[in-house]
Write a protein that binds this ligand. Sequence first.
Ligand SMILES: C[S@@+](CC[C@H](N)C(=O)[O-])C[C@H]1O[C@@H](n2cnc3c(N)ncnc32)[C@H](O)[C@@H]1O
Length: 294
Amino acid sequence: MTRRGQGRTISYRALMRSLQIAVPKRSLREIFDRHEGRLIHKVDHYFPIYERHLEHFRGTSPTVLEIGVAQGGSVEMWHEYFGRGTVTVGLDIDPRSATLAGRRRHVVIGDQSDPDVLLRIAEEFGPFDMILDDGSHRAEHQITLIETLWDHLTDDGVLLVEDLHTDYWPEYGGGHLRPDTFIERVKPLLDDINAFNSKESDFTPTHWTETLTGIGVYDSVVVLERGSHKPFTTSMAGRPSFDTVNGLPWSEALTDEHRARMDEMNTPARRIRRAVLHPRLVLDTVRQRLRRSK
Ligand SMILES: C[S@@+](CC[C@H](N)C(=O)[O-])C[C@H]1O[C@@H](n2cnc3c(N)ncnc32)[C@H](O)[C@@H]1O
């Protein structure tokens, strides 16, 4: 909606801003649906995923890197979504994408499979608040990307790899449980993020443990959230409900009877029963242990 006055056209939003009246921000989906600029091509269910992981960057002038610029529409969308001061850097192998470049919009023509290209971009424009891989959709490139650029995210940066359905498509070298897919590379990160909790000497914290605070796994999308990750701490609030608590941690304040009941849940016989009923779980555990010991 626009208002006209004295020959000048001012948008409804600009008018509200000048009157210091708060206008609810448009959702990313709304921005996309109203988009009339360069072509964007997105999978519909990605919008709520983006919103969930990227909303907190709105209005903070983030620096974002998108691998795969194509016609440039998604870069335009990110500028509108994140707001004034946003800096975008796009990488594409197709020289035609360079026409998008402009103020606060950088385009690098290069191949994402080359770690030197990624590092040069990181040195010139990083660190990034968001890195989004919508480029070649090849697993080896996606693995190179996370291994090369993970340390070039800001302290609360977010890295998204999308269109991971290709990990299941033979023409992309994919297939269920194929060891060289991106999805298989991500699975050990579920262990890494928990490694502070390990009591096994052959499973100890890694750089991923110390820097990865969250993993979002969705149909065709993986989101890795960066941050300073430390062993967890606990706090208590409220009044004790049982005399036995006495300020002790819950696990130390169990009665003998309670402890015996919990031990009974984990007898060898129960473990064998679980293995018979759920052999797949046991096989997966053995497979993971073998992989870790390699
Ligand atoms: C799916 S399109 C990107 C779409 C765009 N992000 C959007 O939402 O409208 C993928 C792009 O990745 C580019 N691409 C393919 N292989 C690449 C590579 N090895 N390095 C860099 N870009 C590549 C293609 O040229 C293409 O423009």
